[in-house]
Design a protein around this ligand. Structure first.
Ligand code: PNS
Length: 167
């Protein structure tokens, strides 16, 4: 089935992302997880931290590679020989924005299709933003993220707490 590019900001990566990566790895010969910045969002984690968390989460998947990218997704896909983009789709609210991006990417790079994997029911309402909010407010996110992410969230939030207290 060739090489698939799975792009995102992954701030932080969740069990929902891992589910799509694992299922993608079962369908495609290789999955390239492309970690980038979204100009509309200010990330909590640096690109290096997001790469490290994803690499730890994907260590058991031999046909998955986690790579950073800047610029257009279509260029990233072309430069790495990816013939398809893979994305996860949750509630209907995802649909409109994903449809727009899929059509735009197909226009920018003719023939580059996006294949959507429906989220697993458990992850229907899971998002990186909610994970960050719950963690910031002292809630338990262990059911939503990999232990590597939980550890980094704890460390990051402790750092923010120290700065907030002027230390
Ligand atoms: O995890 P996110 O923030 O929902 O991912 C959005 C992402 C990274 C997939 C999207 O912003 C993207 O493709 N960025 C790369 C820049 C690009 O190609 N923009 C045009 C998209 S049609």
């Amino acid at each position: 089935m060739g090489i698939a590019a799975y792009p995102g900001t992954f701030d932080p990566p969740t069990n929902g992302h891992l589910d799509i990566i694992e299922r993608g790895a079962g369908i495609f010969d290789r999955v390239l997880v492309g970690v980038t910045a979204n100009p509309a969002k200010t990330p909590l984690f640096s690109a290096g931290e997001r790469l490290a968390m994803l690499r730890e989460m994907c260590a058991h998947l031999k046909n998955v590679e986690v790579v950073p990218f800047k610029g257009l997704l279509v260029d990233f896909a072309r430069d790495h020989g990816a013939s398809v983009i893979v994305k996860g789709l949750r509630a209907v609210s995802d649909f409109e924005v994903e449809l727009q991006m899929a059509l735009m990417n197909r226009t920018l790079s003719s023939g580059l299709d996006t294949i959507f994997l429906m989220t697993s029911a458990d992850n229907l309402y899971l998002s990186s933003s909610l994970v960050k909010e719950i963690a910031l407010l002292g809630g338990d996110v262990s059911g939503f993220v990999h232990p590597a992410v939980q550890k980094r969230l704890k460390k990051k939030l402790a750092g923010i707490g120290r700065k907030g207290r002027g230390r």
